[in-house]
Design a binder for this molecule. Structure first.
Ligand code: CUA
Length: 347
């Protein structure tokens, strides 16, 4: 067979295309939102280091392979035939994987242990996955007065926080890319994950395991606050629910007890825990201080006021029927307004 060397010029369009794809694929969200390449804590920093190590290592190996491929294609076949295979197999097939994969494995395994091992002095928060929301609980000092918040994890910045994760139904996965790696959340075992934010900030999190049709809506926020601000927030959450201040809100409270109280609770009210009813018995989020949250409906509402809540209630019922929300179609417009006035008042 006659050895024919192809023209290098034919490859340039492909090389340009590959380069452009790499640059475009690198576009991140604003300020690195929900990106593990924008680490804002030590655990995420470890993971980003592994990522960059793999990226640059991959680039070097890609270049090496390209050089060899170009050599094979453009070198005259007579000279190419003089190369012996054994040194290439030993170097590229044995030495190179050993030298690159061993440190990677060591770094990855030690980082994994470091961030999922129990920590003595860490602040502990319980995180419970539900189809399709996150129940986040701050145990009281004596095991009493647990505060429960939905889809909003507040942590003190600059301090290690240990999350104790479990699920009430199927397997979920807890992931805040800016702060830590993914951790699966199981119904039959407890998992731990240590997270820490260097500075105060708001970070977006997402369930990372397909858990049902509304999996994509299983969104949450992590809000890192200065430690004294965090304590202030926690103390406010431990307070009993605000009493209704108007006739409309009183009507809303009565409606809440009859229509929503089977699944949701507002602590220390008729629709609160009566002692006989364990908290876990209610399938829906605790709404004691619902209006103090930053978002509602996993990000559907970003400003909580009576008008927005009234508009959202039918949507909430409609979309959540499939997850066990009863269809409260008997609820007319005035009742909806009363209910919304009551809920928006629960700061
Ligand atoms: Cu929970 Cu996906």
């Amino acid at each position: 067979m006659e050895g024919k060397v192809p023209e290098p010029g034919r490859f340039w369009p492909w090389l340009v295309l590959i380069a452009v794809s790499c640059v475009v694929a690198g576009c991140g969200g604003e300020g690195g939102e929900q990106s593990m390449l924008a680490p804002r804590g030590p655990a995420a920093g470890d993971i980003a280091n592994i990522w960059w190590g793999m990226f640059w290592g991959g680039c070097a190996i890609f270049l090496l392979v390209m050089v060899l491929a170009f050599y094979v294609v453009f070198r005259h076949p007579d000279k190419r035939a003089k190369l012996r295979a054994t040194p290439f197999i030993l170097a590229g097939g044995l030495a190179l994987p050993l030298l690159t994969l061993t440190p990677l494995l060591f770094y990855g395994v030690t980082a994994g242990y470091r961030w999922s091992a129990p920590v003595e002095d860490a602040y502990r928060i319980e995180v419970i996955g539900n189809q399709f929301w996150w129940d986040i609980r701050y145990p009281g000092a004596d095991g009493q007065g647990t505060v429960a918040v939905a889809n909003e994890l507040r942590i003190p910045a600059g301090q290690p926080v240990e999350l104790i994760l479990r699920s009430r139904d199927v397997i979920h996965s807890f992931w805040v890319p800016n702060l830590a790696g993914k951790m699966d959340v199981f119904p039959d075992r407890l998992n731990r994950l240590r997270i820490e934010a260097d500075e105060p900030g708001v970070f977006r999190g997402q369930c990372a395991e397909f858990c049902g049709l509304r999996h994509a809506h299983m969104v949450f926020q992590v809000i890192a606050q200065a430690p004294d601000e965090f304590q202030h927030w926690l103390a406010a959450q431990r307070e009993p629910a605000r009493a209704p201040e108007s006739e409309l809100q009183q009507q809303g409270q009565r409606l809440f007890a009859s229509e929503c109280g089977h699944c949701h609770q507002v602590r220390d009210t008729v629709a609160g825990n009566s002692g006989a009813q364990a908290k876990d018995a209610r399938p829906g989020p605790d709404l004691t201080h619902i209006a103090s949250r930053r978002q509602l409906g996993a990000g559907t509402i970003t400003e909580i006021n009576a008008a927005n809540v009234a508009e959202w209630l039918p949507y909430h019922r409609k979309t959540d029927v499939q997850i066990g929300m009863p269809d409260l179609s008997s609820l007319d417009e005035p009742s909806r307004r009363a209910l919304a006035a009551y809920l928006a008042h629960l700061r």
